[in-house]
Design a protein around this ligand. Sequence first.
Ligand SMILES: Cc1ncc(COP(=O)(O)O)c(C=O)c1O
Length: 347
Amino acid sequence: MIDLRSDTVTRPTPAMRDAMHAAPVGDDVLGDDPSVQQLEAHVAALLGKQASMFVPSGTMANQCAIRVHTQPGDEIIAHEGSHIMHYEGGGPAVISGCMIAPLSGLHGRFSAQQVRSAVRVDNVHYPRSALLLIENTHNRGGGSPWPVAQLHEVCDAARDAGLRVHIDGARLWNASVALGVPAAQLASKADSVSVCLSKGLGAPVGSLLVGSHECIARARRVRKMLGGGMRQAGLLAAAGLHALHHHVAGLAQDHEHAKLLARAIASNPGLALSEQHEALAGGERVPSTNIVLFSLRDGLAAQLCERLREAGLLALPTGDRSVRVVTHLDVSPEQAQRAAGVLATIR
Ligand SMILES: Cc1ncc(COP(=O)(O)O)c(C=O)c1O
């Protein structure tokens, strides 16, 4: 079976398991785990920030950030398709008491002018606009990365209006590889950034929140409150360090595989690639990173996914007629070719 449901399905490689086995550990809640400390220092440096905090999931990293940057009753400006809105269990409302002002736009992106228009004037009737949240790459936006200039412009617009900026960078490594830009440049205008180790990189568990010393000190209190303080977490941190040292460059191959699958889908008269994928000069749509979204011209997504399963492919229905396939570390070039053959011919 070729599992293309998500890049979260990757499993630790034998070398990663060796690194986990050898990791020095201690009680991280007491500040004693050298492997966690090494990972936190490494990721803070990669993103050009003062500090970072290891957490079990991207969701916890995002929710800690939201709690740190907001007060109950505040409003978060975010894309209408953002992960924090759809897939984090209503966390902003429950954990931070916040509302979300959703912005529209293809590829999960919006303009600086949209941000300026969404910021509330100071009036007792309104929630206070407190935080801009940017997702990079954007999951429901077809894994699209933000062009650096547009990213910096929207960050500037928010900061000029007195808002904090958080980047949900669950797949920031994919954006960095696809754009050929250091991750620190993508993080430079944000107050905090969350990054994941368990999406496409083989690590079993783990994400980090990065930001200033003050931001991370406050986030550590939130993490503890949410039950995210972990003890001998160095076993997991060692997997994360291994992933960052050995698997980030390989994301480029995942992106090539996604293009191969997208071309196969485009050649199938029964399927249509999502308009979330940007069109090249010649009009061809291709994914920029590792997520491929498409729809059926006829029939139901769940039934198509069943037929794909019978043909040896696992794909994820994302709506009645829409489907997602995602490439990752555990998809070999041979499997990508085989998957493309199935996607080109499936009826
Ligand atoms: C954009 C984005 N943000 C956050 C998350 C949450 O990560 P986790 O599943 O580790 O909570 C995901 C998960 O896929 C994601 O795609």
